[in-house]
Design a protein around this ligand. Structure first.
Ligand SMILES: NC(=O)c1ccc[n+]([C@@H]2O[C@H](COP(=O)([O-])OP(=O)(O)OC[C@H]3O[C@@H](n4cnc5c(N)ncnc54)[C@H](O)[C@@H]3O)[C@@H](O)[C@H]2O)c1
Length: 261
């Protein structure tokens, strides 16, 4: 039985993880942390608390699952490593340099961390296919669509997709003419890596979407579109389950669910 703590337990994703931890025969929910809904009873022995360190120390979680928000996630992960608690991180918004720092801390302290910008299997495949297509196309742009309560832009998935694409092609956006934006931001944001070119990312925010992404490739006379839609948040839970079981057995640092599929 894996003892699980959920951070952000009162949120849209966190409450799904609470259900998973309560209903999965291999898991036991031992603590739930959120700054809202404190005192709410989630199951017989667990109420929502707001003191992260105390909750983790008192309840000895084997694995903590974090779906909070970009402004707190870096400090939260440092706390998990300091307390020696393995973590599965779904919260997005970490910068590349923060991820590098977490990797060093995780390895030097020997405390496993999985950071996955996307836990949906379809989205992982969408990223893999985009990475594969990048061997054959040097012009690509990413459009990501999310609900209008999302706090960070562009999405962690779109950034991770661009990174995987650049692993297979270091000459993106060849041949575009010089451009002028008459409305600032019209061409989206540029994801750029040293010497590898640029991939433009466009972020749409509106009610109705959960999370979707389209990667559009072009070359003379042809367009390839790779598109993935998410309709509810249950689609992430099989990926969360896989990540919890993996990190429980392995003391590794992992960035991206594709590395354990
Ligand atoms: N990896 C994935 O597959 C995936 C999928 C969907 C969303 N996300 C990401 O997960 C995060 C959460 O998304 P959501 O839609 O559930 O958001 P949400 O706003 O519904 O939930 C976040 C919860 O975290 C709580 N919280 C915030 N700061 C906290 C703190 N310091 N301590 C304790 N609790 C705190 C909030 O009170 C809230 O209940 C976002 O970063 C989002 O981009 C990731």
């Amino acid at each position: 039985m894996i003892k699980i703590g959920v951070v952000g337990a009162n949120g849209k994703m966190g409450s799904q993880v609470v259900n998973l931890a309560i209903n999965n025969k291999d898991f036991e929910l031992v603590c739930a942390i959120d700054k809202f809904g404190v005192g709410k009873q989630l199951c017989e022995n667990v109420v929502v608390q707001d003191d992260l360190e105390k909750a983790l120390k008192d309840n000895k979680a084997d694995v903590v699952v974090d779906f909070t928000q970009p402004s707190v996630i870096f400090e939260n992960i440092k706390t998990y490593i300091k307390l020696g608690v393995k973590s599965v991180i779904g919260t997005t918004g970490l910068t590349n340099s923060q991820i590098e720092e977490i990797e060093k801390m995780s390895k030097s302290s020997n405390v496993g961390v999985i950071i996955a910008p996307n836990f949906s299997i379809g989205a992982i495949l969408m990223m893999k296919f985009a990475s594969e297509a990048s061997k054959y196309f040097s012009n690509a742009e990413i459009i990501e669509y999310h609900h209008n309560q999302k706090k960070d832009a562009p999405s962690g998935t779109s950034i991770k997709t661009a990174q995987l694409m650049m692993k297979n092609n270091d000459n993106f956006k060849l041949g575009n003419c010089a451009e002028t934006e008459t409305i600032k931001g019209a061409r989206g944001g540029e994801y750029e890596e040293d010497g590898k070119g640029k991939i433009q990312i466009h972020a749409l925010r509106m009610p109705g979407f959960v999370a979707s992404q389209e990667v559009v490739f072009g070359s003379d006379g042809q367009i390839l579109k790779i598109h993935h839609d998410t309709f509810n948040r249950e689609c992430y839970m099989s990926g969360v389950e896989l990540a919890v079981k993996h990190i429980f057995e392995n003391n590794q640092f992992i960035y991206g669910l594709e590395n354990i599929l």
